[in-house]
Design a protein around this ligand. Structure first.
Ligand code: MG
Length: 376
């Protein structure tokens, strides 16, 4: 395969309802789509999951565009003849660029996608996975109205979601979780703090006991996004398994976290670790270290959802994914048909030779706010 051009496109999609986390509120989703065209006319596409503000990691749509244009697209191997080995090694050839994992993943995953289209080998097969049904959970934002929250949870369970995840922050944690636990004593329930609790010292024994009493399947990233030591300390005082999200940027991070007992579970998002190659390494390391694994979401469009689903074809994923049907967040998705439940609460890994042929280019055209094509 030889890639001849890359198109970067910034697309703005209205969200069905605003999303509230400990970081703030979002009403639209801005996303960079990376499209590669090969000499033989195959297309590969992927989504860069950097958001408008640097609140989840330090990257933003603007920084990702800059790093893609100035540093990643000029990578020499990108314009050379590539086989599967070269695609697999592409991430390593960009390792001189520090950080910027989401920008890297946008390009790297588009490359895998193009290779799948060109070789006509399904993406899940290329990364070593198998067709399987994937259990799906829902991630709910914070809600001041606890009765409304209870209704939203019951509606989600009626719709088929297999696990409830609630965003929490100091003062908005025990009470809303207790409402859900009392309404549904047996539902797998977890909390995601997105680093909202800054220091271990701020967590009282009473708070830890209250969390443990809720019988959560895990608490995700309660402490600093870059602080594994405090997480290890907290895990040693807490029965509830800690899941790390923001802190895990590589397979080496999984090894470190496991070595010091900072978590028992990892939330793997390919965009946060630089793409498919490193995501597979994270998966393999988690399996080796006996760390639980599931695939979280970044409010992806259908393009990112289909890629995350391909990743979930690997056998080490053992908790429900956050990647549900497209219509959860968007009135209109940019893939057609949209991602939908195969049966309530389950998506199926699809056998796709890249996702470009599923893309609704008209919808993308209508939502594009910036577009530039680069010859390679
Ligand atoms: Mg999270």
């Amino acid at each position: 395969m030889r890639v001849k051009s890359c198109t970067l496109r910034q697309v703005q999609l209205p969200l069905r309802e605003p999303i509230r986390t400990s970081y703030g509120e979002h009403r639209t989703k801005d996303v960079i789509l990376v499209t590669l065209e090969t000499n033989s006319g195959s297309l590969g596409i992927a989504e860069c999951v950097a958001m408008a503000s640097p609140s989840y990691t330090e990257e933003t749509v603007e920084t990702a565009w800059h790093v893609l244009q100035e540093f990643l697209l000029p990578t020499r191997t990108l314009s050379q003849e590539m086989g599967l080995d070269q695609v697999r090694q592409f991430a390593d050839s960009t390792s001189w660029i520090r950080g910027n994992s989401m920008a890297k993943a946008g390009l790297e995953m588009a490359l895998w996608d193009a290779f799948s289209a060109e070789s006509q080998i399904p993406l899940h097969e290329l990364i070593g996975g198998q067709i399987r049904d994937v259990e799906v959970g829902i991630s709910l934002g914070m809600d001041d109205d606890l009765e409304r929250l209870r209704e939203r949870v019951l509606t989600a369970v009626d719709f088929g979601y297999r696990r409830i995840k609630l965003k929490i922050a100091p003062g908005q944690d025990i009470a809303p979780l207790r409402i859900i636990r009392d309404a549904l004593p047996n539902i797998p329930l977890m909390a995601d703090a997105n680093s909202a609790y800054h220091h271990c010292d701020s967590l009282s024994d009473n708070w830890i006991q209250s969390i443990d009493d809720l019988d959560l399947s895990m608490i995700e990233q309660p402490l600093g996004y870059d602080d594994m030591i405090d997480h290890a300390y907290l895990q040693s005082h807490m029965q509830t398994p800690i899941c790390l999200d923001e802190s895990i940027r590589s397979a080496a991070d999984v090894r470190r976290a496991s070595a010091i007992g900072a978590c028992r579970i990892v939330n793997l998002k390919p965009g946060r670790v630089g793409g498919f190659t490193e995501a597979v390494r994270v998966h393999d390391m988690a399996k080796k270290m006996g760390i639980g694994l599931w695939c979280g979401g970044m409010y992806e469009t259908g393009i990112g959802r289909l890629h995350n689903l391909a990743l979930c074809s690997l056998p080490g994923f053992n908790s429900p994914t956050d990647n549900g049907p497209s219509d959860r967040y968007f009135e209109e998705d940019i893939v057609d048909p949209p991602v939908q439940f195969k049966r309530p609460g389950y998506l199926q890994v699809e056998s796709l030779n890249g996702v470009a042929h599923r893309v609704n280019w008209n919808a993308i055209e209508r939502r594009t706010v910036r577009c530039e094509t680069f010859s390679l």
